[in-house]
Design a protein around this ligand. Structure first.
Ligand SMILES: Cc1cc2nc3c(=O)[nH]c(=O)nc-3n(C[C@H](O)[C@H](O)[C@H](O)COP(=O)(O)O)c2cc1C
Length: 320
C-alpha cells in the first residue's frame, strides 16, 4: 500500500487520488443563469444526492486549479440561488464535455454545445431537453472550504421539481439500461453505467447471521471467495443436520433423465452450470470429494440457490 497525508502532496496529486478512488461519480449537468440573464451550462462530477425528504442534492463548482478563480457556475449560483441539474446520458456526453470548456461568462453555452434550452416551471435557469432526467433546484447553502486552487464550494440544493422521461420506467423504477447514464472515472475515463450491471438484494430488515456465524469448515475453505462467504453471511438461517440428511436422501433417490455418473460427467455438468447433477455425480466419486462438493456449492451460489448451497456446504464438515 502507498500511504499519503494530503499535506505532503501537491494539490493536483490529491485531486488525481480523489478522481481515481472516489468513482464512478455521477455527472451533474448544471444549468444556471447570470445576473445579466446569460445561460451557463457546465458538468460537475463532485456531485451526489443526500436525502429524499426534502430531496437534497449537492455538487462542487470548485475554484480553478490554475489561479484559484471562481467559476461562472459558482458566481451565478451566488447571484440567483437557482439551478437546474440534469443527468448525463451516453448519447449527450460529447456535448457535455464541450460544455466544460472555459468559455467567457458572456457566452451562452447552450449555443456553444447545441444542447436545447427549454423553460423551467419554477426557476429561471433553462432545462436541457436532451437529458431524460432534470431537477429544478433552489440553492440552500454554498459551503466553501478554503480559497486556494481546487478548493471546494459545495452547493447544497433542494429539488423543487423533477422532470423524468416516461419511457425510462419499468414497474415504477427507472431502468438503468434505458437511462444509459455515464459516470466519471480517473484520468480521461468514463463508465457507461448501464452496460455492466449486476443485481444484489439489500439486506434491508433481514437479520443476517454475519460472517462470524458461518461454520468454520466453510469459512476456512480454499475454494470459496470473499463474495461466496458474503452470501452465506447474508443468510438468516443455517439448515440443521436433519434437513441436510433429508436433502441428501432425496438427492440420492431422485431419478434424473439422462444422468451420467463419473468425473467426466461432473465436469460437463459444471460447464453447464447444472449444480444438482454435479452433486449427484460427486457422490459416486471418492477422489477430491470435498473440493468437488465445494465447486458444486460455488455453482449453486452463483445461481443464488442458497438452500442448496448451504446443505451441500454443510455436508463436507467431516471430509478431509
Ligand atoms: C465530466 C466532467 C466533470 C467535471 N466535474 C467538475 C467538478 O466536479 N467540479 C469542478 O469544479 N469542475 C468540474 N469539471 C470542470 C468544469 O466543468 C469546468 O471547469 C467548467 O468549465 C466550469 O464552467 P463555468 O466556469 O462555466 O462554471 C468537470 C468537467 C467534466 C468534463
Amino acid at each position: 500500500m502507498f500511504h499519503y497525508e494530503p499535506k505532503d502532496l501537491k494539490v493536483p496529486e490529491v485531486h488525481r487520488l480523489l478522481l481515481g478512488g472516489v468513482a464512478p461519480r455521477p455527472i451533474a449537468l448544471v444549468s444556471t443563469i447570470s445576473a445579466d440573464g446569460i445561460n451557463n451550462l457546465s458538468p460537475f462530477s463532485f456531485f451526489n444526492a443526500f436525502g429524499a425528504n426534502p430531496p437534497i442534492v449537492a455538487f462542487s463548482p470548485s475554484r480553478r486549479g490554475r489561479d484559484a478563480s471562481l467559476k461562472d457556475t459558482y458566481n451565478n449560483l451566488l447571484a440567483t440561488k437557482e439551478c437546474v441539474i440534469q443527468s448525463v446520458t451516453h448519447s449527450m456526453i460529447e456535448q457535455v464535455s464541450l460544455a466544460s470548456t472555459e468559455f467567457p461568462p458572456e457566452y451562452d453555452e447552450f449555443i456553444k454545445t447545441s444542447l436545447t434550452p427549454i423553460d423551467s416551471d419554477l426557476v429561471k435557469p433553462k432545462r436541457v431537453n436532451e437529458s431524460p432526467f432534470q431537477m429544478e433546484c433552489k440553492v440552500l447553502e454554498i459551503k466553501s472550504f478554503g480559497n486556494g486552487g481546487a478548493s471546494a464550494n459545495m452547493a447544497i440544493c433542494e429539488v423543487l421539481k423533477f422532470h423524468v422521461a416516461e419511457d425510462l420506467f419499468i414497474n415504477g423504477i427507472i431502468d438503468p439500461v434505458k437511462i444509459d447514464l455515464v459516470a466519471r472515472m480517473s484520468g480521461d475515463f468514463y463508465s457507461r453505467a448501464g452496460s455492466d450491471l449486476f443485481e444484489l438484494k439489500m439486506p434491508g430488515n433481514k437479520k443476517c447471521i454475519g460472517y462470524d456465524q458461518i461454520p468454520e469448515h466453510i469459512r476456512k475453505s480454499e475454494i470459496y471467495s470473499a463474495n461466496d462467504l458474503g452470501k452465506f453471511g447474508n443468510s438468516e438461517f443455517i439448515p440443521d443436520e436433519t434437513e441436510v440428511k433429508l436433502f441428501f436422501q432425496k438427492l440420492l433417490q431422485e431419478k434424473i433423465d439422462d444422468f451420467e455418473e463419473g468425473y467426466e460427467a461432473f465436469l460437463r455438468y459444471q460447464r453447464l452450470n447444472d449444480y444438482r447433477k454435479m452433486l449427484k455425480a460427486v457422490l459416486n466419486i471418492s477422489k477430491n470429494r470435498k473440493i468437488n462438493i465445494e465447486l458444486t456449492v460455488k455453482c449453486a451460489l452463483q445461481n443464488n440457490d442458497m438452500d442448496f448451497a448451504w446443505k451441500a456446504a454443510l455436508s463436507v464438515k467431516n471430509i478431509k
